[in-house]
Structure formats: C-alpha cells, structure tokens
Design a protein around this ligand. Sequence first.
Ligand code: AMP
Ligand code: GLY
Length: 431
Amino acid sequence: MQKQKILIVGSGGGREHAIGWKLAQSPNAGEIFFASGNAGTAKMGTNLEIKADDITSLIEFAKKESINLTLATSDNVLASGVVDEFKKVGLKIWGPTKAASQIEWSKTFSKDFMRRHNLPTAKFETFNDYGQAKKYIANHSLPIVIKADGLAFGKGVVICQSQKEAEKTLEDIMVKKIFGDSGNEVVIEEFLIGPEISIHALSDGKSYKIFPSSQDHKRIGDGDKGLNTGGMGVIGPLPFVSKEMMERIEKEIVAPALKGMSDDGTPFEGILYPSLMLTADGPKIIEFNARFGDPECQVYMRLLDSDLLEIINACVDKKLEKVEIEWKNVFACNIALASGGYPGNYEKGRLISGIDKAGLEQEIVVFHAGTTIKDGKTVTNGGRVLGVSATGNTLEKTLGKAYKAIEKISFEGMQYRKDIGKKALSLKKQR
Ligand code: AMP
Ligand code: GLY
C-alpha cells in the first residue's frame, strides 16, 4: 500500500498531537499536516497557516497536496460542517457530519434526542422564552443545572446552589447573552450525583467498537475545587468500573444512541463520547460529545495497541466490523500542565524547559497542547500547555511515574493538579 498523506483538522491541542503521534507509528502513514498545530506537531509534521474553520482553503490544500485522508477532531470544526463539504467534493474525511454532530453542538437537540429514544439522563425541560424559564426555576429543587444551548467554550453549564443564583444565571444567558446566540435556548435540569466517567465508542454508522472507560478531572483545583477547565487530567481504564457496568453502559446507552442516530437519518460516523454519571439509579448521560475528549484521547492513544490508521480507514470505508481493536494490558494517565491564571487570563510566551528530559523517563510521552516555537525555543501559547502521559501495570505506579517526570519540566506560572486519579483509587467497584 502506498503511504497515505494525512491532514488533521482540529484545535491543535494535546488531542491532535496524540492522534498524530499514534498515526505516525503506522507503516502506511506518510506526511502529516496539522491545521492548526503546536510545537509538538511541528516536530512530527507540518503545521499549516490555514485556520481550522476555513473550509474553502482546507479543501483547496487537500486537493493540491493530494491528501489521502483527513481527520476532523474538534467540536467547532465539526459544527462548521467541514465533513459534509469534504465529502461533497469527493475527499476522504473521518468524523461525523454537521447533522450528526448536532448531538454535541446543540444541548436542546441532544436532550430531545435522549427523550425520543428513551436514553437515561437527568430530568429536564428546554426553554426559548425567558419568562417561562424563570417561572420554571421558581419551583425547581436545588441545585438547579442551567445549560446554554450552543457551544460556549466549555463554560455554558452552571450549577446553581440557590434560586437567586439560578435567576441571575438565566438572565446572564438569555437576556444579557453572555454566550451570544448559544443562549437563545436553555436546558434546565435535575442535578445528578455519582462518579463522572467518559465513554468513547467508535462507529462507522453501521457497527461500533467501545473503548475502555476513562475519567477526566475538570476542575482547576485539587479536590475538584475551583473553576471548570477543558480537563486537567485523565486516567483509564477505571478500576472502579466493572465489566458488568461496561456491558450495561453499552446496552443501555451506546447501542441505543447509535441506533437512534441511524433511525433519525443521521448515522454517526466517528467517536461518540457520552459523559456519564454513575448514579444510584444506574448510569445516566450528562451530555454527548461527537469527538475524542481532550485529554481522554491522549490516554486512549497510549492504551491502543492496534494501528490507528488502519482503524480510521476501516471506519471511513464502513468496514469497522472487520477490524479487531487491541488494547495494551496497562493503565495510562495524562496530566495537564497549565499556565498560571488558567482557566482565567494567563500570559503566553513563557520559556519551557525540561520537556526532552521528562520524555526520556520510562513509559513517558509528553504531548504538547498550547505551545509554539519562538526564536527556536519552545514557549507557552495557551491555557493547557503540556500533557504528561504515562503507562504502567497499576494505576498507582502509572501516576507516580507521570508526577516524577513532571518534576523535570518547568515554566513560569506552571500549575497542575496533584490529585489526579486519587478519587478513583478510593472508589469501590460499581456494578
Ligand atoms: P460540560 O461543560 O457540559 O462538560 O459540563 C460541565 C460539568 O458540569 C460536567 O462535567 C458535570 O460535572 C457537570 N454537570 C453537568 N450536568 C450536570 C447534572 N445534571 N448534574 C450534575 N452535574 C452536572
Ligand atoms: N475532556 C473533556 C472534553 O474533551 O470535553
């Protein structure tokens, strides 16, 4: 087989670096291009100047360079309809269509989908009228969860501890439009209690393969304190999720959700990533994502034993049924190193030292996220800067290795969570 030229269109974060890193290990992988990229992807391929949402230029580039396979990997890229446009002109692309990825980019669509197909989720109502929404929260039990309909940079979910806070949140979203048009509609829902986990299933629209379970740590501070972030650290597979629980999740959530998408005329091709709460009443869906989680992806790329390029090609060709996906019999973690001030304001351009040294440690791979090259040096260029990933035979050892490697890395203001995986290690197996 001729080597394939690959284009990765996404947010240029740790997820994209990890996908590129894994694809590059395939004997059939040729040159890899990134729109956009970071200092890590620049070392393994070519970072393009083209913006990830500039579909016309991307198509022009893919045609000119005879790209064999494009991967669309981030939520805003999928919502822009890049997959549909590439397909229209006969270019091979991996990812869900705009209509299928609506399951992520519209929370009201997603919740209505769950109701229509009887999928377990928090009780909810949707509103496009501010007055009616306000009336509804007056009689709602606390805490009240309010979600803006559209994409809001991961900030569109507010958990309100009082009626007053809920009223203010509603006004901010629906009247003051702090998230713009994403706040034209809201979902108001019941608060769920239980450990939160990430499930990923790869589907070609006909069949699917479910990945091992994983868990992100979304808050900035230890003990799940402070503001929500894009994700500060992931572990997987989860020792507290039993085989029986995974079977239940597959039967009650993954299989009916994918069938529902097909039945609705929008078969799902790509990664369907529901985040779930394992409540006392069983697993319930918090939300659906239509892509790999970031940093969940970094953990999956470390755990995956099979050839990713072969799997993606099989998925695009709708032959997923024919491939076996093999996973390494280890645990993996990925710990984010973030800029000081993140998820609020932070400085860029801080010199980073020790990445190569950390990467020399056993079973350590350092994935770049918000980094760039300036005057030949690697500097910070975003909120989440690096992800230090490790693998090992036990979760404790894996985390220990990652934290030891982190000691080698430094940049001014660097912050990270010291308790990744701690809660998971203390949980009993859930059935
Ligand atoms: P999101 O920005 O959509 O990823 O949601 C942010 C976080 O809010 C989730 O990761 C959950 O921890 C939390 N969350 C969302 N919906 C609920 C709910 N109904 N009950 C409890 N927590 C929730
Ligand atoms: N890890 C959270 C996300 O990708 O949405």
